[in-house]
Design a protein around this ligand. Structure first.
Ligand SMILES: [Zn+2]
Length: 204
């Protein structure tokens, strides 16, 4: 599992060979790959539990939820993939010391509880992405997270959103336009985001 998570460094690097990971296109590619990876990890863990059908100890899970919580609490309401990835990596880092301390549990019991713990984090994220309204809002959050990661030609990573407006393409597809200004050199640029889930909001 930890090895799987570290794959992110590889696809991040591979993306960097074709796109700048500080640029709009690169960030979009990374976000799409992050989401795919998280869904794969979730399927893997769920498959493992379905196959083994082992009963986990609720007290062990409680312990993990408590001890590995700092990372999970940092998760915003509408998380973007890399934030979830960060929470998972944090949980792994905290897991080994926890096993050493034991807290009255054997390692296998803690490992099984860990699978459930990780699944609950992933479920929360995937669940968010599957509800139409949540999906739309998480796309809006994604816009802001893209802005945070964009780098200006002057080297600063400090774009400020001057204006956010909703537009419609000639084909009737809604999109957002963000007018940005660098806080250092005052360079201006605009980026647009497709809002494929905008219409979902009215389907309920
Ligand atoms: Zn600048």
């Amino acid at each position: 599992m930890a090895g799987l998570l570290s794959q992110r460094a590889r696809f991040f690097g591979a993306t960097g060979e074709h796109f700048s990971v500080h640029e709009y296109d690169g960030i979009q590619v990374i976000d799409a790959l992050d989401e795919r990876q998280l869904r794969c990890i979730r399927a893997l863990l769920q498959g493992y539990l379905d196959r083994t059908r082992k009963k986990h100890d609720p007290r062990a899970l409680e312990l993990l939820a408590e001890k590995l919580a700092p990372g999970a609490k940092e998760m915003p309401q509408y998380p973007v993939g890399y934030m979830v990835h960060f929470v998972l990596v944090k949980a792994f880092q905290a897991f080994d010391p926890l096993v050493e301390e034991g807290h009255g549990f054997e390692k296998p019991a803690l490992e099984l509880a860990m699978v459930h713990h990780l699944l609950s984090i992933l479920d929360k994220y995937v669940h968010t992405r599957e509800k139409p309204v949540m999906r739309h809002f998480s796309d809006v959050v994604r816009e802001h997270s893209v802005v945070l990661r964009l780098k200006c030609a002057c080297g600063a990573e400090k774009f400020e959103v001057k204006l956010q407006a909703l537009y419609q393409s000639p084909q009737g597809e809604p999109f957002d336009r963000l007018d940005l200004e660098c806080r250092d050199c005052r360079a201006k640029r605009s980026i647009t985001f497709d809002l494929p889930h905008f219409k979902d909001m009215y389907q309920i």
